[in-house]
Structure formats: C-alpha cells, structure tokens
Design a binder for this molecule. Structure first.
Ligand SMILES: [Zn+2]
Length: 121
C-alpha cells in the first residue's frame, strides 16, 4: 500500500480513537495498569435502593446490561484501533491476521481497523 494511503488511514484511525476514548470515558473507567481494559461504571446496580416495582427493577437491569454491552463493544473497537495504529508503526498495516495477505482496500475504507480480509471476516 502506498504511504499516502496509509497516512490517510492513520488520520482516520486517530480521529476515531479519540471519539471512542471519549465515549468510553463516559461509561467506563480505564484500568491504570492495563490501558486495554475498561471497566463498566457499576454505580447503578450497587448504589440503587431496592425497587418494589418489578417492572422498574427489570428496566434497571436491562439498562445496566445495555450499559455493559456498550462498554464491551467500545472496548473491542478501541483495542482494534490501537492494534491498527500499532501495525502502522511497525510497517505491517493492512495485512490479514489469518492469512497474512493484503486486506482489500475497500474493506479498509469502510473499516480502517479491520483485522482480516473479507474471506476471513
Ligand atoms: Zn484473510
């Protein structure tokens, strides 16, 4: 891949990393010992007073689970972007993690943090 194209993807990745990091900070706390690990802020369940209404309790649990799911998705995204930037730094960007073959450029356009080619999605 030509260096200009890589520079373009790098810019996209850095922009997205900043966004994902901001979103993550809103819902989770980064583990200071392991920057790849984010813990969902678990305040809601633990500080929540007992709820008499079972519907309300179910809503709360749903909300809590959704919160954790979002944290999980953002964490995966965050680590994918980090890995892609690391690969750029090492000169290995754009190679499929399964086959080692170049990832299709249109796939990288759609997702610059893609780890695999279309065949190994
Ligand atoms: Zn592949």
């Amino acid at each position: 891949m030509n260096p200009e194209k890589i520079a373009e993807f790098k810019k996209k990745l850095e922009g997205e990393l900043a966004l994902v990091e901001k979103e993550l900070k809103g819902v989770a706390a980064q583990n200071p010992k392991n920057p790849a690990d984010w813990a969902s802020k678990e305040t809601e369940m633990e500080t929540m007073p007992p709820v008499a209404d079972p519907n309300e309790a179910a809503d709360k649990i749903e909300e809590y689970n959704a919160h954790r799911a979002i944290t999980g998705e953002l964490e995966v995204r965050y680590n994918d972007i980090k890995a892609a930037l690391q690969k750029i730094a090492e000169g290995k960007y754009g190679l499929c993690e399964v086959s080692g073959e170049p990832i299709e450029e249109d796939r990288l356009e759609a997702n610059p943090a893609a780890r695999t080619c279309k065949k190994h999605m």
